[in-house]
Design a binder for this molecule. Structure first.
Ligand SMILES: [Zn+2]
Length: 288
């Protein structure tokens, strides 16, 4: 169990590596479903895309890979919504596996894209900052209509999401908090950006200036979050398939798992410490 968890994290940590082929699960279809309250899943088996329903239309958080967009759009329709209901697009972070589909969905829906200042240029240029020469990591460029700051809110139809920006995984990595209700009780949903090192260079030539300090601050901050429902960009971060399977069981919603987030944050922090040590050793090894 522990080994399987570690192995799945390794797979996840390897994501978005330069010139690596995308895992099959990233574009493997998954039937859309209601997660909890006004939150719906329209992503693939491996990569999340979330719908937050409001009385004034829909918010779509992340769009997946460019080639998966037709399936995301079909999933939105399968749930009984119209594409034109999508009013706001959000992005957890500007990596092609989560932002790649935004340009096309924006064109198809006319929705406004709200993103962090730290990720704005990456989205608008369609590049992975620091790996600009590796075009396998490019994404179709997409214009950001409004910038959201740390602690800022995104509101539609009386539904409010609060942004928490935790740079490291990307320079503008953005988590969102939302309060939902289930069986009469309020629960905090945390839409996680990620904090893995993945393809990022830490030393000696960092992916972007200040990345190591950013990761440290990010872990300190993420440790303070108390989430009841932990939702993440990659399925293996929160056992999407298992929880979805248990949704039909009677009893509490299986996506309510207080404390789950902190296990992943701790594992990712260990991954960061290890990657920093390895990259430091490599940079200190004389080359002949
Ligand atoms: Zn990423």
């Amino acid at each position: 169990m522990k080994i399987a968890f570690a192995a799945s994290l390794l797979v996840a940590f390897g994501v978005a590596g330069p010139a690596t082929a995308a895992p099959a699960a990233w574009t493997q279809p998954m039937a859309p479903f209601q997660v909890i309250d006004n939150v719906y899943y329209v992503g693939s088996a491996g990569i999340a895309a979330w719908i937050i329903k409001t009385p004034a239309g829909l918010i779509l958080l992340d769009a997946g890979m460019p080639e998966y967009v037709p399936t995301v759009e079909a999933n939105i329709r399968t749930l009984g919504f119209k594409l034109s209901d999508v009013k706001i697009l959000l992005n957890s972070h500007a990596h092609f596996d989560h932002s790649g589909g935004l340009a096309r969905i924006k064109a198809d829906t006319g929705a406004k894209l709200i993103a962090s200042e730290g990720d704005r240029l990456a989205l608008e240029r369609g590049v992975y900052p620091g790996w600009e020469q590796d075009h396998s990591l490019d994404a179709p460029p997409v214009k950001v209509d409004r910038v959201v700051a740390d602690g800022g809110t995104v509101a539609l139809g009386g539904v409010k999401l609060t942004a928490m920006i935790t740079p490291g995984h990307s320079a503008g990595c953005t988590n969102y908090l939302l309060t939902v209700r289930d069986q009469g009780a309020a629960h905090t949903v945390f839409f996680f950006c990620s904090a893995s090192v993945a393809a990022n260079r830490l030393v000696p030539n960092p992916q972007y200036p200040g990345i190591v300090a950013d990761y440290r601050r990010t872990f300190a901050r993420l440790k303070t979050v108390r989430a009841d429902v932990f939702l993440a960009p990659h399925a293996e971060f929160y056992d999407l398939a298992g929880k979805r399977g248990r949704l039909r069981n009677p009893g509490p919603n299986p996506f309510i798992v207080p404390g789950e987030m902190q296990k992943l944050v701790a594992a990712m922090e260990q991954g960061f410490v290890k990657a920093l040590a390895e990259q430091t050793t490599r940079s200190n090894t004389p080359k002949h």
